[in-house]
Design a protein around this ligand. Structure first.
Ligand code: CDP
Ligand code: CDP
Length: 207
């Protein structure tokens, strides 16, 4: 049986952390769809044409080094605005969403475009300042030399590009539960996400 949990939201909102924890809690698989765009963005930076890169994307690209850098994040959001790149990645994501045993997918357009029929949808968000602070702390923890203002500017630039593109812009699905984690630590955010999915599951069981 398949059950899809769609997690969308802007950069560094906590999507990945929440998705991993949801997947572990429910025993589902997890696909971080941002990695697909990051892999294509990274290939573009090394000279590969992005549509060809998306069409030829192989699992090994998703495990490549250096996908988490700020430079690759910006490249990802640029290639993500190209409709042919998005189109080349759709089937893989939809097949994953319908895998047996349940799936959590996180990204920008999971609840709106990839899996509008997902059984549970969450839109995870927080203020740009809080998200930039989290990403900055994360980068510093990994020994990356940067400053908060730069991370904030990059976060806002990427969000703006993601929200204003014509194809699959970042926005909550109409039936998504909004989880604003600005004032929440990760444990409360995870607990609320689990509660929201449980509520959907019992609603469905009662139908
Ligand atoms: O996947 P996404 O970019 O949305 O975010 P993430 O990688 O899950 O989270 C970015 C950073 O914020 C991680 O270091 C999380 O531990 C942290 N975080 C937090 O401190 N509090 C939250 N409520 C959510 C995330
Ligand atoms: O971890 P973070 O939230 O910073 O970024 P990500 O989820 O790894 O996504 C990197 C970029 O890929 C985003 O800024 C989007 O432009 C793009 N993306 C997308 O367009 N659609 C998705 N489903 C996932 C990511």
């Amino acid at each position: 049986m398949s059950f899809t949990i769609a997690i969308d939201g802007p950069a560094a909102a906590g999507k990945g952390t929440i998705s991993k924890r949801l997947a572990a809690h429910f025993g589902f698989g997890h696909l971080d769809t941002g990695l697909l765009y990051r892999a294509v963005g990274r290939l573009m930076l090394t000279g590969t044409e992005p549509v060809a890169a998306a069409q030829a994307l192989v699992a090994a690209d998703l495990e490549a080094e250096g996908l988490r850098t700020a430079q690759v994040a910006q490249a990802a959001s640029k290639v993500a605005a190209i409709p042919e790149v998005r189109a080349a990645l759709v089937d893989f994501q939809r097949a994953y969403a319908r895998r047996s045993g349940g799936a959590v997918l996180d990204g920008r357009d999971i609840g709106t475009v990839i899996c509008p029929e997902a059984e549970a949808k969450l839109f995870v968000t927080a203020s740009a300042e809080v998200r930039a602070r989290r990403r900055f702390d994360e980068l510093q923890g990994n020994g990356v030399q940067t400053d908060y203002e730069t991370v904030l500017a990059e976060t806002k630039e990427r969000d703006h590009r993601d929200r204003t593109r014509a194809d699959a812009p970042l926005r909550p699905a109409e039936d998504a539960v909004i989880l604003d984690t600005s004032e929440m630590d990760i444990e409360s955010a995870v607990a609320q996400a689990i509660a929201a999915v449980n509520a959907t599951m019992s609603e469905r069981a009662g139908q």
